[in-house]
Design a protein around this ligand. Sequence first.
Ligand SMILES: C[S@@+](CC[C@H](N)C(=O)[O-])C[C@H]1O[C@@H](n2cnc3c(N)ncnc32)[C@H](O)[C@@H]1O
Length: 190
Amino acid sequence: MPDARIFVPLCGKSLDLLWLAAQGHSVVGVELSPIAVRAFFKAARMQPARRKHGKFTLWQSGRIDILCGDLFDLTASDLGNVAAIFDRAALTALPEDIRHAYLAQLRKIVPAACKILLLTTEEPEAGETEDQPFAIAEEISSLYARAYDIDLSHVESLFEADADPLIKELVRIEHKAYLMTPKSLPELLA
Ligand SMILES: C[S@@+](CC[C@H](N)C(=O)[O-])C[C@H]1O[C@@H](n2cnc3c(N)ncnc32)[C@H](O)[C@@H]1O
């Protein structure tokens, strides 16, 4: 689906929007911070048009639309007919106690057949061990498994320097790509 419309929640100033547009997609992002939206278009060397759109400000250039405002105010008609959701560091940027509401909001505003590509960076949290790592993976399963088939399609394990310069040990992190395919109605009712 080369010309499909892709929804990028909590897009920040991510250059993923440019990459998706370069693949031939039209893209709609939502982002709370006008500073991040401005920074995106500046980095992309685009001069977007800007207008009010309900509770949002719509910034628009070429194939890229960014709705600046709160994801939780977004409706299906704001988004148009999106075919897929591209979530990189959006679910995982939110506090744990609102991730459930985040997923419920996404499901309310996209078509039922909409797939989700979920990209995460996972690292062991305090108290986790090599034998019992990555609590986020379990949380993802408990959030999505009822309504989606979860395919962990890619994992890349790396050792990286900690963000805290005082911590000299390398930490193991995993970049993961999950493809979430909505279950059919009979599967949901089973
Ligand atoms: C981790 S950052 C950017 C993630 C981005 N997808 C990336 O890959 O760089 C998360 C972004 O979510 C935005 N955000 C947080 N809560 C939001 C909300 N309720 N509605 C819209 N944007 C929100 C923040 O302003 C921030 O720019």
